[in-house]
Design a protein around this ligand. Structure first.
Ligand code: ADP
Ligand code: MG
Ligand code: MG
Length: 882
């Protein structure tokens, strides 16, 4: 095999497509060379060599050593210089670069090849003694630091002492003689630390540097970076050995970085920074304040014009925004690196749209250019980036719901509501939240909990509401009684300000400036393109298209969903509707009633209110389908907990508090998620679903009479056998029919079911005979397939992910292999009895890009997610189709 690839003299053996082998840096150096862009010649040792190096116990097979030597000879011939030559020394850089860019994570050594003789040769040849000694001292420092781990500060100390002696502030005020002194001190710093003299043989230097670069592939930093960014399956880093050009040659030399467009806004504006008489990392390291490109334009218009020309050429060639490194040596421009630049979500959208308008890429390509998760940044308030640099978080938890918020701390939902009514902005802090807290959560700017995972109540509800949330923040000690929260020794009282960043899971002290994002014209246009692509999709064996809906329980959320582009409601949970005081009271009476008559009587009181809820949603959706799930949670979630509420309820129904407590206790279950809930309640307390169906029917009739089209879909949760479904469907149809007869108005409707119990998926062909559609409830399906309680995963799933037992939290990213198999099976088996059975997903996964891709491949017709994730889903769905 071939392990080394040459570039230089106008042509290269590699090209841009060879990133896997040459790394991004090497592949692009080759590509630029072939494009005729001035790139200093060199060669790239492939990632395969890196892989071999590790397989070979950190050594090289002889044939690789030979291939490198051959290429070095070729480079020397082309440059007409020799590594280590006393008269005309070749200097090289040894640069890392993997297939995926990992900025600053791995090592690079510059100015390699200098020794006590070569430095004299370089000085004489260049006629610039100061420059030669500057290069040598940089090399000793970098080699010592990168290859031998000599602490940076040891060298810095030596440099500082010389500057002090000379009484100057900047490095560039030192002359050749000063730098000679620096070199001699550096050499002793090196010898003291490494316990051997600085290597004078340039071949020894070269191989030690190559070793170090390969070694840096597995340094702690790089490992962590790959883990955080989920970079997997790479062979290793490549090594680029490249002839040096010198930005530190004098005042007509310099080095810089530039972006062909603004990476934070996306504006088509050539943006960059540079330093004259400097080398390599000086710009990034902040040794001096760099200049803006406009200064270069004034000072060296010819060089600037050439840079602009190259920037345009590269952007046109790669058809994307470029991030470039350049060096000017004595007025001559060289390009040392180019790559597609990293950018914010806002910039990603702006650039993609602009590139289409500039006819550089087509719409499909534009859609693929933006990562769906990046849109998140655009849809929530965020901490002002200019403030971000100056503040430190006090604690870190899970990034449960994105966006930033600030407010005064309150410790109960009641307080949140009361303070809100007084016009206060609050952050609700709880150990964990429960359905009773919903009102407080609704008015809070942000939610902070000390326990619970990504699918804890707080997290799910917050995401649904689009409220920023940091969950499971273990460092917080919450004292509910005293209304205090402490982090370490710092204590916060009720009313103290704090700020949350739900995008990163961070908590800050005090009120921090936020900026409000908006659904800009650009984003809108971009998403319409995504919709067009999605709507043009055709799949074999799948009758209908691929739609996006929103999960919404209230008219405001439904409107938000529509505003963000939802084509219907994919899940309207009815239980949240009961948390209004009036309904809750009647519902509680119903729960503890001892006779059917009593239950029916109190449900009658709820019905008109429930009807209004549905009317509101139907009106908000204005002709779009609304999938309403009948009551799902176990009844005990509604029971009163406080002494006052219990006393009040006992009073209303006319029994003693003690007797009431006995009835309430009887509702407690050992394992409520697997207990008396969903359709099981519908079977044992038919009057509950009857009331809900009647409310749906009456609302639909009323709204339709107003001239608005309604498309109710009635969904029965938690079906495990078709025998549960049959009677519930019959009951529902009886009620619908009677309402239609009574009013003389008929409304089109469907009755479907959730597939969320593994058995339902396994027997889907039976259920499909009776159900009009399926909606996969992947939260429960995951819970029951893994046997993980989704409210308790915080205790072990993070460790499972760390230990790689799980690739990701299955409640966040659908487990395609296991749970996904049940989804596929459910779809196939369902369609085996009903060929064009409509199928959808309404779990939390409906807003996760990878899961959306899976849903498309599995043949689902609809994904549904919280309103705020609808734009993300629209983009992810289009990408799935492409
Ligand atoms: P990173 O991946 O961390 O950016 P690089 O390999 O790009 O590391 O190199 C670090 C710095 O050294 C960059 O500023 C680059 O421009 C500079 N550099 C690398 N090789 C050379 C060279 N042959 N001549 C001049 N400068 C170089
Ligand atoms: Mg670089
Ligand atoms: Mg469920």
């Amino acid at each position: 095999g071939k392990f080394v690839y040459f570039f230089g003299g106008g042509s290269a053996e590699g090209k841009a497509e060879m990133k896997d082998t040459l790394g991004g840096k090497g592949a692009n150096l080759a590509e630029m060379t072939n494009l005729g862009i001035p790139v200093p010649p060199g060669f790239t040792i492939s990632t395969d060599a890196c892989e071999l190096y590790y397989e070979n116990n950190k050594a090289y097979p002889e044939y690789i050593v030979k291939e490198v030597e051959q290429h070095l000879k070729k480079l020397e011939a082309q440059m007409e210089m020799k590594l280590g030559d006393h008269d005309n020394p070749l200097l090289v850089s040894v640069r890392s670069g993997a297939a995926v860019s990992m900025p600053g994570m791995m090592d690079t050594v510059l100015n390699l090849g200098l020794n006590e003789k070569a430095v004299e040769g370089l000085a004489a040849r260049s006629g610039n003694e100061r420059f030669a000694w500057d290069a040598y001292r940089r090399f000793i420092q970098m080699f010592g630091d990168v290859v031998k781990g000599v602490p940076h500060h040891a060298f810095e100390g030596a440099l500082e002492s010389i500057k002090m002696e000379k009484n100057v502030e900047n490095d560039n005020e030192l002359d050749a003689d000063d730098l000679k002194k620096v070199v001699s001190r550096y050499l002793s710093v090196y010898k003291d630390a490494v316990k051997e003299p600085f290597p004078q043989d340039p071949k020894v230097q070269l191989w030690a540097a190559i070793d170090a670069v390969f070694g840096s592939w597995k340094n702690e930093r790089a490992d962590k970076y790959r883990a955080i960014n989920k970079i997997e399956g790479l062979k290793g880093t490549a090594v680029n050995v490249q002839s040096m050009v010198f930005g530190n040659f004098g005042e007509t030399s310099g080095t810089g970085v530039c972006f062909s467009r603004d990476p934070s806004t996306g504006e088509n504006y050539f943006y960059g920074e540079y330093l004259m008489n400097a080398q390599g990392e000086d710009v990034v390291a902040g040794i001096r304040t760099p200049e803006k490109l406009s200064t270069l334009q004034e000072g060296s218009p010819a060089v600037y014009a050439q840079l602009v020309e190259i920037k345009d050429k590269l952007e046109n060639h790669y058809k994307d925004m470029q991030d470039m490194e350049f060096t000017i040596q004595d007025g001559k421009l060289y390009i040392l690196q180019t790559r597609n630049g990293k950018r914010t979500g806002q910039a990603a959208v702006q650039i993609a749209v602009d590139l289409v308008k500039e006819k550089m890429i087509d719409k499909k390509e534009a859609i693929m250019r933006v990562a769906p998760a990046q849109l998140d940044q655009l849809l929530h308030p965020m901490i002002d980036p200019s403030v971000m640099k100056e503040i430190q978080p006090i604690a870190k938890g899970l990034n449960a719901s994105p966006g930033a918020a600030c407010g005064k701390i309150v410790f109960t939902a009641e307080d949140a509501e009361a303070w809100f009514l007084k016009g206060e902005q609050v952050i609700l802090v709880r150990k964990e939240t429960s359905p009773e807290d919903i009102g407080g959560m609704n008015v809070a700017q942000g939610i902070l909990t000390s326990t619970g995972g990504m699918t804890s109540h707080a997290a799910v509800v917050a995401r649904g509401m689009g409220t920023p949330c940091v969950a499971g923040c273990k460092e917080l000690i919450i004292n509910q009684e005293n209304k205090t929260m402490s982090v370490g020794s710092k204590v916060f009282k009720e009313g103290n300000w704090c700020s949350l960043d739900g995008t990163d899971g961070l908590v800050y002290e005090g009120a921090i400036d936020l900026i409000q994002p908006e659904l800009s014209g650009n984003l809108n246009e971009f998403l319409t393109w995504a919709d067009d692509i999605r709507n043009s999709a055709k799949r074999e064996g799948v009758a209908d298209g691929f739609g996006i809906r929103a999960n919404a329980d209230l008219p405001v959320d439904a409107l938000k969903g529509r505003e963000f582009g939802a084509e219907g409601i994919g899940l309207c949970r009815t239980e949240h509707m009961f948390f209004d005081e009036e309904k809750l009271k009647s519902f509680r009476i119903m729960i503890v009633a001892d006779s059917k008559e009593r239950r029916v009587e109190s449900l009658k009181k709820i019905m008109p209110l429930q009807t209004e809820d549905f009317e509101g949603i139907f009106r908000a959706m204005d002709g779009l389908p609304v999938n309403i799930r009948l009551l799902d949670p176990p009844l005990h979630e509604f029971v009163p907990r406080s002494k006052r509420d219990i006393a009040e309820l006992a009073d209303i129904i006319g029994i003693s508090k003690e007797d009431l407590q006995v009835r309430l206790n009887s509702l407690e279950e050992q394992n409520p998620m697997l207990g008396h809930r969903g359709c099981r309640l519908g079977i044992t307390y038919p009057e509950i679903y009857d009331m809900q169906v009647e409310a749906i029917a009456r609302a639909a009739v009323k709204v339709q009479k107003e001239g608005i089209k309604v498309l109710p879909e009635i969904m029965i949760p938690l079906i495990g056998t078709y025998k549960e479904f049959i009677p519930l469907r019959e009951n529902a149809e009886k009620i619908l029919k009677s309402v239609f007869e009574e009013t003389g108005i008929t409304v089109e409707y469907q009755i479907g079911t959730m597939i969320e119990i593994p058995r339902a998926a396994l027997t889907a062909e039976d259920i499909a005979k009776y159900a009009d559609y399926f909606s996969f409830g992947t939260n429960d399906l995951t819970q029951m397939t893994f046997g993980y309680s989704r409210d308790d995963v915080g205790t072990f799933v993070p460790e499972y992910v760390n230990k790689k037992i799980l690739k990701a939290d299955p409640f966040q990213t659908l487990d395609q292999h296991g749970v996904g198999l049940l989804v596929e099976l459910g779809v196939q088996r369902g369609r085996s009895t009903k060929a064009n059975l409509k199928t959808s997903i309404c779990g939390e996964h409906g807003g996760d890009p990878d899961s959306i891709d899976f849903c498309y491949r599995a043949g689902l017709n609809v994904v549904s997610c919280s309103p705020y994730r609808v734009p993300i889903a629209r983009l992810a769905a289009a990408q799935a189709v492409i």
